[in-house]
Write a protein that binds this ligand. Structure first.
Ligand SMILES: Cc1cc2nc3c(=O)[nH]c(=O)nc-3n(C[C@H](O)[C@H](O)[C@H](O)COP(=O)(O)OP(=O)(O)OC[C@H]3O[C@@H](n4cnc5c(N)ncnc54)[C@H](O)[C@@H]3O)c2cc1C
Length: 385
């Protein structure tokens, strides 16, 4: 083990983002979290900071080569200010990395505006009849003269309501499971596309919704990647972006715990500051311990990806456990704030609801992550990593 330090470049970037997160995002998080409006202004600010293009080509405004640790550092730092906006670099990275397999025209049309924060793109795998079992998707893509006709329904899609286009996964009729599934770039203005807003318990500004495709014509050059290989590229990116999601949840939790730490030094009960009671301070000590352990797990997964070493299981561990640690830490922070922790005017309730999305299902449920880890354990014949 050489060091736990970030590179000077990463540290510098994180300091800029931390300043932005604290001064520009945090003061308005609670208001934004209660609204279903996508925060396009703040999204464009992220674009100006260069945080949306992490790991995407420089010619489109990105930082260049894949940089997993920087992605994690950025999302963790931004989430202290606003967990919903912190998910943007992950979403743009996921969509952008798929678009690199698209035609030059599609790349030039969408990548610069996505990376600069001028427009959003969604990614649609989940359907009413298939989520975890994505290989069972039923949306069809029928070859026709000059392109394809897409029909089906996608559900629970982040950014569905604000996206100008969506990466849609659909299968050639007659195929089964992952074979025959291709990825298509579907402009949301195309004839036959309709969208419906879905209200979740959190992540309200992310425009969660369903997308209906009724015989939608998609030109041949909007096929992304090879025909029948749609799953291949998306799974490669999910493989590490899960660890960035873990860090994002932990960043939001850390902010709640920091606020609880400050509050415990101000609030008095029974003639002294509540920080004097070990019932309060030990709670903070315990949560700080869990947070640090979960954080190191996530960064190890990202570091392994960077070092081109096996990282899939650690990324899955980083997706199921850290959101749980974060939820528990936020709950402790809420309790330390007493009635104020529960009050809508304070951000803890919003962070609690937002973090729950990642604990329950977003980007794959905890059970699916455990399935991946368990398969690896039996393959390796050991639980040690
Ligand atoms: C906030 C939010 C944002 C989302 N954004 C997107 C998006 O942008 N794009 C997109 O395509 N999807 C998105 N999703 C959908 C998400 O990917 C799915 O919800 C997730 O994959 C689970 O699928 P499901 O909801 O159909 O649950 P199911 O797959 O039906 O699972 C139901 C339950 O069964 C369990 N289960 C299923 N299979 C197994 C198994 N083999 N072993 C053990 N347990 C199992 C699951 O863990 C879960 O507890 C989002 C979801 C949320 C909540």
């Amino acid at each position: 083990m050489v060091s736990f330090n970030f590179s000077a470049e990463h540290q510098q970037f994180a300091e800029v983002l931390s300043d932005f997160s604290t001064k520009a995002l945090l003061p308005h998080y609670n208001r934004r979290a209660a609204s279903t409006e996508f925060p396009f202004d703040a999204f464009a600010e992220l674009g100006k900071l260069g945080v949306l293009g992490i790991g995407l080509p420089e010619k489109f405004g990105g930082t260049g080569a894949e940089d997993p640790v920087l992605l994690g550092l950025a999302t963790e730092t931004l989430a202290a200010g606003d967990i919903n906006l912190a998910s943007a670099p992950i979403q743009v990275g996921l969509v952008g990395s798929q678009l690199l397999y698209a035609s030059d025209e599609v790349q030039e049309r969408y990548l610069p505006t996505l990376i600069s924060g001028k427009e959003t793109l969604a990614i649609a795998l989940t359907e009413p009849g298939s989520g975890s079992d994505a290989g069972a998707l039923r949306t069809t893509a029928t070859p026709v003269d000059g392109g394809w006709r897409l029909s089906g329904e996608k559900t629970a899609i982040s950014w569905a309501m604000n996206a100008s286009a969506t990466l849609v996964y659909a299968r050639t009729p007659g195929t089964t499971r992952s074979q025959g599934v291709s990825c298509f770039l579907v402009p949301m203005a195309a004839e036959g596309v309709t969208r419906h807003h879905m209200l979740g318990m959190g992540c309200l500004p992310l425009g969660w919704g369903s997308i209906h495709l009724d015989n939608v014509f998609i030109p041949a050059d909007h096929l992304v990647g090879e025909e029948g290989r749609g799953f291949h590229t998306v799974m490669n990116h999910f493989d590490f972006s899960r660890a960035a999601i873990g860090l994002m949840c932990l960043g939001a939790a850390r902010q709640s715990l920091d606020e609880a730490l400050t509050y415990s030094e101000q609030r008095e009960a029974f003639g002294q500051k509540i920080s004097r009671y070990q019932g309060v301070s030990f709670g903070l000590a315990e949560q700080a311990t869990y947070l640090e352990a979960a954080r190191l797990l996530c960064y190890k997964a990202l570091w392994l990806r960077e070092a081109e070493q096996p990282h899939t299981s650690l990324a899955s561990m980083s997706k199921w456990w850290p959101p749980q640690v974060a939820r528990q830490a936020i709950e402790v922070a809420m309790r330390i704030h007493g009635n104020l922790g529960y009050a809508a005017e304070f951000p803890h309730q919003a962070r609690y609801r937002d973090v729950m999305a990642y604990l329950v299902a977003a980007d794959g449920s905890a059970e699916i992550q455990k399935r991946i880890i368990a398969a690896d354990l039996y393959r390796n014949g050991t639980v040690a990593y």
